[in-house]
Design a protein around this ligand. Sequence first.
Ligand SMILES: Nc1ncnc2c1ncn2[C@@H]1O[C@H](COP(=O)(O)OP(=O)(O)OP(=O)(O)O)[C@@H](O)[C@H]1O
Length: 266
Amino acid sequence: MEKEPLKEPLKEPLLKLDKVGIRFGGLKAVSDVDLELYDNELVGLIGPNGAGKTTIFNQLTGVYIPTEGDIFFRGERINGLLPYKITRKGMSRTFQNIRLFDDLSVLDNVKVAYHSLSKHGLLSTLFRLPAHFKGEQEIEEKALKFLEIFRLDHLRDEQAKNLPYGQQRRLEIARALAAEPKILLLDEPAAGMNTQETNQLMNLISFIREEFKLTILLIEHDMSLVMGICERIYVLDHGQLIAQGSPEEVRNDPKVIEAYLGEEIT
Ligand SMILES: Nc1ncnc2c1ncn2[C@@H]1O[C@H](COP(=O)(O)OP(=O)(O)OP(=O)(O)O)[C@@H](O)[C@H]1O
């Protein structure tokens, strides 16, 4: 009997934006955006100030509901889901303006992410049942592992607000990772960092992508960071995608050069 030829399995995108747009009153901040992310990719989202990058993150994470188009995550339409539900489905993020619990310790900032996912339930926590203590211990061990990866373990008891800026940024990424995402959205992770810190961050982002088999979408103004680590890049201008492709393709695209006129693309 003749063998059936092996069929290539269809590659489904992990995240798919289908003609996504949003309007704020008269302003169309984002329009007609098609974007796809696949397993274990590291993809950049760039564009001049006000292009709509953060607005896309806000739509992906349920902060804003798109007024046009659809967002599919692992095949499921997620428009309009509440942010915590989207986090639980496996998407977490960091913010352009760092959002930590300033008065909590470094360790507690990471543990908070686990509590939001806790499977032990409110009852076992309220009545301090054995499951609660076992859960607490597990959570602490896991949180400490993340702090080690981000070289913050020696600061575990320090209040988050006392950390220098670069370490606060790393802590925010550690917390986002602790929510065990499939997709990690990083909004300008290198903002405010010096060159040495930026280089260390580049290595760290590549490392966590491999280590945790993550898909990462990265908004970044630091072009050397984006061009250095992303396999693909999407370019937004005035809310619309104007280019996409490899760093090389994007860097040489006349539309991108024009959009960045006056800014240096290195
Ligand atoms: N809640 C809102 N209400 C009204 N306008 C908004 C709102 N959120 C964003 N915008 C507008 O949408 C546009 C895109 O903003 P967005 O912050 O997404 O740009 P960006 O590409 O992230 O810019 P930057 O690189 O400066 O952070 C801007 O014109 C902004 O003023």
